[in-house]
Design a protein around this ligand. Structure first.
Ligand SMILES: Cc1cc2nc3c(=O)[nH]c(=O)nc-3n(C[C@H](O)[C@H](O)[C@H](O)COP(=O)(O)OP(=O)(O)OC[C@H]3O[C@@H](n4cnc5c(N)ncnc54)[C@H](O)[C@@H]3O)c2cc1C
Length: 471
């Protein structure tokens, strides 16, 4: 489904675009590309939405160069779409109105690590994997973990990403201390210092975190870091029913047991993981759990977890104390999305993302399972259940219109179900193009406030237009 008709006529025509590209070529030389393959790589593929490539791709190396691109694009009224690693899942980096993809991968310097303050400053194109490799010898890590290791920290901030560790360490919302950003008029803004709290005016950091490239382009970020815990234990724990697994997660959270991760995989997802990651886990609803602390505190937490889980129908506990076994376990969890593609070859795959208050989690997952069965869909379930956040991974044939219609009906009902339970249509992936309607249902008049902010900060609507809402 293309969305190119949005804003028709609002932007510079073909000759304006050519003039802009010629000016950018003078500045960027070989760091500008217009070949079709490169343009298509810079539009979304991990979604049911059609690929909508930009007119050109540029690779800036400094904040000043980003500002130059944005200023020139404004002069020619051509959209600019910031691009990190393209791992977002809702059509975020598509170019429905054409424009320039601004790929930040060359802005990948780790500027400072301040172990005493437990923070660091990086350029926006630094990936999560790169930062954690850099930090390992210091006994520190950056905890936000969206599964896609190659995701950039700028892209993660822009989507307000989270992942398996959020239950203990929070999301990008809690872990970004400040950003340096280029605004739509080309001005450069730093949103704050590194103090752990601040009451200095409007919170511009949190305005830009989650703004999906529609308000500004983040070029640098200061981030909170965490110390690698002294003791880490992880377990796989199958349950008789998915309800039992959900209820165990709810009790673990309500009791304040210090879990670092608590992830649910349903039986179908375990089947897929077994094939993809060559494991032999029992095909039952299963919790993957990790506890962090001192050796004494993790021992106590293990005992408390086992007691709760047994009362909820746990069938077994396989504790993986050594680092290699743990790594294999979490790698299998991170490969859940890809494992569905392996298990159902030849089919397309997408991933949904809702979150509800933890007390409604079991109900929301049970109703969703029933909906999947009634719709005749194959859609394994996997979730960051400690946050009340879960995904389904439907497989489908994009050329089968009936299948696509069934799928879209399911997606709409899923968002509606979560919203009706006072939850959200997106726990962590964001809105992009795919959830514009769901956001309207969730936020109502709040979307108009968002539009006013957008109009105030980007009156020409050149920054990533057609995302989050339409103007
Ligand atoms: C297998 C898989 C598993 C995933 N699991 C999770 C998960 O558990 N939790 C989770 O939160 N996400 C998950 N994701 C989604 C994804 O990893 C995130 O959305 C990620 O945060 C995007 O980072 P990126 O660098 O790829 O950004 P991109 O996809 O390149 O961009 C994302 C959005 O941010 C904008 N943007 C990018 N860089 C900047 C910048 N510097 N300044 C301003 N705007 C910018 C783009 O215009 C776009 O709107 C998963 C994705 C995959 C493929």
């Amino acid at each position: 489904m293309g969305t190119a008709k949005l804003h028709a006529g609002a932007y510079g025509d073909v000759s304006e675009r050519r003039r802009l590209i010629a000016s950018l070529r003078d500045i960027f030389g070989a760091r500008l590309a217009t070949g079709e393959a490169m343009r298509r790589q810079h539009a979304n593929t991990l979604t049911w939405i059609a690929n909508e490539p930009p007119d050109a791709v540029v690779w800036p190396e400094t904040t000043r160069e980003v500002a130059d691109v944005v200023r020139l694009a404004g002069t020619h009224r051509v959209p600019v779409i910031p691009f990190g690693a393209g791992t977002s899942l809702e059509g975020h980096v598509n170019a429905p109105c054409g424009g320039i993809a601004l790929d930040l991968q060359r802005m990948n310097r780790i500027i400072a690590v301040r172990a005493r303050d437990l923070d660091c400053t990086v350029e926006a194109g630094v990936t999560r994997r790169q930062l954690n490799q850099h930090l390992r010898d210091e006994g520190l890590f950056f905890p936000v973990d969206p599964g896609a290791e190659e995701a950039t920290l700028g892209g993660m901030a822009a989507t307000r990403a989270s992942g398996t560790n959020a239950v203990r360490y929070g999301t990008m919302r809690e872990n970004v201390l400040n950003v340096t950003a280029v605004m739509a008029d080309g001005s450069i803004v730093k949103t704050g210092g590194r103090a752990r709290k601040s009451a200095a005016g409007y919170d511009l950091t949190r305005l830009l975190v989650g703004s999906e490239g529609t308000l500004a382009i983040i070029t640098e970020l200061s981030l909170r870091l965490a110390a690698i815990p002294e003791s880490i234990v992880a377990a796989v724990c199958p349950f008789a029913t998915i309800d039992g697994a959900c209820n165990a997660s709810i009790q673990v959270i309500q009791l304040g047991l210090g879990v670092a991760r608590i992830e649910l995989l349903d039986a179908a997802q375990i089947g897929a993981v077994n094939v993809h990651s060559k494991l032999a886990l029992e095909e039952a609803p299963t919790l993957f759990v990790e506890l962090n602390g001192t050796p004494a505190s993790t021992r106590e937490q293990v005992a408390a977890f086992e007691e709760i889980a047994r009362a909820c129908g746990a069938l077994d506990f396989a504790w993986a104390a050594d680092a290699d076994a743990r790594r294999r376990l979490w790698q299998a969890r991170h490969d859940a999305f890809w494992s569905v593609g392996t298990r159902w070859p030849g089919k397309s795959v997408l991933v949904t993302d809702v979150a509800v208050p933890i007390s409604r989690l079991a109900e929301c997952i049970t109703e969703t399972e029933a909906d999947i069965r009634r719709s005749g869909l194959v859609a394994p379930i996997v979730g960051h259940v400690g946050d009340g956040n879960f995904h389904t991974i439907p497989v489908f044939d994009p050329s089968n219109l009936r299948e696509v219609a069934t799928l879209r009906g399911f997606l709409a009902r899923l968002s509606q179900r979560a919203i009706a339970m006072e939850g959200t249509c997106s726990g962590e992936h964001g809105i992009g193009q795919g959830k514009i309607d769901a956001l309207k249902r969730e936020m109502g008049t709040g979307v108009e406030v968002m539009r006013q902010i957008k109009r105030g900060l980007d009156p020409l609507n050149i920054l990533n237009p057609g995302k989050i809402f339409t103007l």
